[in-house]
Design a protein around this ligand. Structure first.
Ligand code: NAP
Ligand code: GCO
Length: 262
């Protein structure tokens, strides 16, 4: 029930990071991998990385916020490879700026990539999924789909909205055998969180690094590969009756008040 043999998976923003790890896991389960990134250099970097893993991936240059470009890319994928069975809305950005110092333009950029992008990609692939008899959509949410923190107002608003978009797609298209669920990663060691883990001048841990470890029962940052199994589950027939759910893969952060300071 966990096999993805014969399935085509489209993972957005998957040249590296979480998207890359999820794509590799879907490939290991039998899926054919298609991915996009915002420029040819990144797509080429991704193609090389997949090749090193023995995966013959297909890469397309596409900005997920560009509706026309997404339409063209999905059409090209269907012509070149076939109808998309699994869409992973992974592409995302974050801007860490105190809300009162954030411009509306900076706010819109985050909302556009992290929320409007998944909307555009989902609405573009759903019609062919319906014609094919069903499909899987996995939205990469966040701890910030549930919690706020200083300086990430746009990101939290986008990821909170993405949780509700997940539920709405499940509600509106469940009858067509489309399952739309979310994965809510905890704090994962990728380029996106590198600034939060930078060593201090004296070689000590970044305060935020120590903070996250104290808030995580697993007492460690996640790695992108921690998301592999949950992604295969939600992409496979093992989750055919799971819909509108956000599966948190956070080492227990959401369950834990945090370790008492010594
Ligand atoms: P990342 O290392 O920054 O990778 C994000 C990828 O998305 C990059 O390849 C990026 O390309 C691409 N991208 C950005 N804007 C795009 C656009 N408009 N169209 C297409 N691709 C675009 O991030 P990550 O840590 O792997 O995170 C991946 C997803 O997981 C994001 O949605 C993030 O919000 C979410 N997430 C991350 C964590 C974490 O702790 N790392 C935790 C929870 C959720 P560029 O290199 O050009 O930016
Ligand atoms: C931050 C981090 C987080 C993680 C992730 C947590 O600045 O707080 O970047 O937002 O990226 O979303 O689940």
């Amino acid at each position: 029930m966990f096999s993805l043999k014969g399935k085509i998976a489209f993972v957005t923003g998957a040249s590296y990071g979480i998207g890359f790890a999820i794509a590799c896991a879907l490939s290991d389960a039998g899926a054919k991998i298609v991915f996009n990134d915002i420029n040819q250099e990144l797509v080429d970097k991704g193609l090389s990385a997949y090749k090193e893993k023995g995966i013959e991936a297909f890469g397309y240059v596409c900005d997920v916020t560009d509706e026309q470009k997404v339409k063209e890319t999905v059409q090209n994928i269907e012509n070149d490879i076939g109808v998309i069975d699994i869409l992973v809305n992974n592409a995302g950005i974050i801007k860490r700026i105190p809300m009162c110092e954030m411009s509306a333009e900076e706010w819109r950029q985050v909302i556009d990539v992290d929320l409007t992008g998944p909307f555009i990609c989902s609405k573009t692939v759903i019609p062919s999924m319906i014609k094919k008899g069903g499909g899987k959509i996995i939205n990469i949410c966040s701890m910030m789909s549930e919690l706020g923190r200083e300086t990430v107002s746009a990101y939290a608003a986008a990821k909170g909205g993405l949780k509700m978009l997940t539920r709405n797609i499940a509600s509106e298209y469940g009858e067509f055998n489309i399952q739309c669920n979310g994965i809510g990663p905890g704090y994962i060691a990728t380029p996106q969180t590198a600034p939060l883990r930078e060593k201090q001048a004296d070689g000590s841990r970044h305060p935020f690094d120590s903070f996250i470890i104290s808030k995580t029962p697993a007492a460690r940052w996640g790695i992108a590969e921690d998301l592999a199994g949950p992604a295969v589950f939600l992409a496979s027939s093992a989750s055919d009756f799971v819909n509108g759910h956000v599966l948190y893969v956070d080492g227990g952060i959401l369950a834990y008040i945090g370790k008492q300071p010594k």
